[in-house]
Structures are given as C-alpha cells and as structure tokens.
Design a protein around this ligand. Structure first.
Ligand code: AMP
Length: 388
C-alpha cells in the first residue's frame, strides 16, 4: 500500500469525545496536529482539548460536510460510532480503521464468525434473532451469557444465564430492549483462569507491532485493574501476540487494536473481543512506554512509521470509577504520597455509578512493588478515610 503521509500541521478529526478521544487529541496536538472533535454531547471531555468542535448528532449532514471540509483524515474513539457515517466520510478522506473493519467488529456475531473463520479461538456461540429463541437455544452446559449483538459495552446489554429457570426473566429483558433487526449472541461462559489483553498496532504499510501482554481484573463487567507485564509463561505471551497480529492482518486493519483474551488452565487462549481503537487496558502506555497507544493511533492514521512499543517500567493501572473520584479529590494529598503514582482525571462533570472518571498508574521497579503500591492506594480509597 503506497499511502501519502499526513504531516504535522494538518487537521485530524475524531468521532467521539470521551476520555479516549481526549487522549488521542492530546497526543495529536503534542505532535503538531490540529484537532476537530465531533461529539453530540457538549460536556464530552475532548471538546476542551479540540481546536474546533462539532456538537451535532452523527446523522447531521451539514455537520458531516463541515467535518469533511476541515479534516485531512479521521478516526474514532470507540466502535459504536455509526459505520454508515464512516463510510460516507471515507468517500472524501482516509478513515482508519476503515468502515469495513468497523462493521465486522461492532457486531459481536460478525466479529466472532470472522475470527472463527480465520482459525482463531472464540467461545462457542449461537445467534438469536428473537427473544423467543432464547428458551429453545438455552441448553446445558451452564452458565451461558446472552449479549446484544451491537452497542453493548462494560457489561451493559449482557445477561448471565445460570440455569433454564433464568430464561423467562432474560427473555423479558430482551423483549423490552428489542428494536427492529435486534439480534443477540448466546455464548458459553468460558471458565477462564485469568483475563488478559494485548494491544496491536498496524500501519498503512501492513507492518504491525504488539505491546506486552497485560493482565486485567474486572468488577461487574468493568475493568478495575491492569497489570503489565502479565505474569504468564513466555509461550502464552507469544501465542497472544501471534493471535493479535493474525486477527488484525486478516481484517486488513490500520490503526490501534486491543484483543481481550481468556487464559484457560491448560494455557489455551480464547478471544473475548477485539476493539478497533486504543483501550482502557492500554492506558499504562501513557506513562510506562516509549510511545503511547494514542501516539500510535495518530501515527497509523497519518501513514507515519509506527513508534517503539518498549515497556520502560512495570506498572499497574487502577481505574477510578463513579464515586472513587470524589474520594481521590478529597484525599489527594494523602493518596498521591504513594511512590510512583501518576494521576489522570478525565474532567467529567457528572459522576455516575460505573462511570469511568479517571485512572492512576503506579510505576515501580518490579511488578510486585507496583501491585503493592496499587493495593495500598486501593485500601485507602474508602469513604471514612477520605472524608477525614
Ligand atoms: P464484554 O463486554 O463482552 O467484554 O464482557 C465484559 C466482561 O464480562 C469480560 O471482561 C468478562 O469478565 C465477562 N465475560 C464476557 N463474556 C464472557 C464469557 N463468554 N465467558 C466468561 N466471561 C465473560
């Protein structure tokens, strides 16, 4: 692929203005690019970093024309932006990853079918096109998990089914949320030992690089903590890197991708999902790597050489969710005393339960010390102490 590079000084566009869009915009501005953020929510954090903003619905044609006039290339901060919009933009400018890749990834059924057809391990699954089918397809072994095919994230739009008797309640939920064309995926609940993820970056020249494998801990379907590097045998790390590269090459994707994996007791890896963008579990790269996932997003978008993915220090990333942010701001003087702690708050004005409000990276000479620092911090993060 012979692609014209887009050099610093040009204007780049990003669809979606949450923290991921803001971190992309910050990296791009540092590298000398101007940024247009398009997000219908006026409170979206990335608007504050943008050179200019569009606060229109993604279906607004005049906003699309204005965006197209202003930017040389575009990307997005999450996979639930409309693929139709990306396809329309693509007629005028590069969109990376492409709308074709986005369409495969944003539908769980399409994504898993694609991965499986390329010989990559995914959980056993079947497809539901109506809530009634749930009863017929819900057969042991339990548990199973039913997910909306599109638009779910952070455990939203997911129902665990532990036994046949759970079906009527889940069926009602599906019916309540049903839209024309709604589909669901019914997956086996994978009895994983640990959850891992890996970032892979692929440039316009087809070359790819992987970051170190990391280990993730989730609470209520939301990422709480990431540890890098993962404490796994080298063979597992190599297997993950190979799977991530193969998947993104099969997609012919250009940009930053994150593959989420389940590690089985026997050392096998099963893919949970791929995100076509920088990922929360890759936030450690901001503080602990030579080049962050967001700078790579800029480089891949602009057809520049990819940056080095070297890990400079073991790290633990702890998400600040919902009210955590109140506790941290109230007790910042004590909490930030923990050596190696680096604070990132996203500037979201409204605190909601389960909302990602910020994160803290803990860097230390060893993974054990980084874990100890994160755990010390976490144990102090309790309301009574914060209000003292
Ligand atoms: P997802 O939104 O699909 O990434 O799911 C959020 C979290 O739910 C995952 O990180 C897992 O902890 C859990 N999960 C989702 N699907 C499965 C599955 N098939 N088996 C076991 N755990 C799952």
């Amino acid at each position: 692929m012979n692609v014209t590079a887009i050099h610093p000084g040009a204007t780049l566009g990003v669809l979606g203005g949450g923290q991921l869009g803001a971190m992309f915009a910050t990296a791009a501005r540092r590298m000398g690019y101007a940024i247009v953020v398009w997000d219908p929510d006026p409170e979206a954090p990335a608007h504050r970093i943008a050179d200019s903003s569009l606060i229109h619905p993604f279906t607004d044609d005049s906003a699309r024309q204005a965006f197209t006039r202003q930017v040389r290339a575009a990307t997005y901060e999450w996979e639930n932006v409309p693929a139709d919009l990306c396809e329309q933009l693509e007629r005028e400018l590069p969109v990376r990853p492409s709308s074709r890749v986005l369409r495969v990834i944003q539908d769980r059924i399409e994504q898993k079918t694609f991965l499986r057809s390329h010989g990559l391990a995914v959980p056993a699954f079947s497809t539901l096109t109506s809530p009634d089918e749930l009863g017929r397809q819900t057969v042991p072994p339990f548990p199973l998990v039913c997910k909306t095919a599109t638009a779910g994230y952070d455990g939203k739009g997911q129902w665990k089914i532990r036994r046949t008797e759970d079906c009527p309640a889940v069926q009602q939920e599906l019916a309540r949320n049903q839209r024309p064309g709604s589909r669901w995926i019914l997956e086996e609940w994978v009895p994983f030992e640990r959850e891992l993820s890996i970032l892979v970056v692929r440039g316009t020249d087809g070359q790819s690089q992987t970051y170190p494998l990391v280990e993730n801990v989730h609470e209520d379907g939301i990422l709480r903590q990431t540890v890098v590097p993962a404490d796994v045998p080298q063979a597992v790390a190599d297997l993950a890197a190979g799977m991530a590269r193969d998947a993104v090459q099969a997609l012919d994707g250009v940009g930053v991708f994150c593959m989420e994996l389940f590690l089985m007791a026997d050392g096998r890896l099963v893919i949970n999902e791929i995100a076509p963008r920088p990922h929360n579990s890759g936030h450690y790269t901001l503080d602990a790597c030579t080049v962050s996932q967001f700078e790579q997003q800029v480089r891949a978008l602009c057809g520049l050489p990819l940056g080095e993915v070297r890990l400079l220090s073991p790290a633990v990333m702890l998400n600040l969710i919902g009210d955590d942010v109140r506790l941290v701001t109230a007790a910042a003087r004590d909490l930030l005393d923990v050596p190696g702690a680096i604070l990132h708050l996203y500037g979201k004005r409204v605190i909601r339960p389960k909302r990602k409000m910020g994160h803290i990276s803990f860097l230390a000479p060893t993974r054990t010390e980084a874990l100890a620092a994160a755990s010390k911090f976490h144990s102090r993060l309790v309301p009574t102490q914060a209000s003292e």
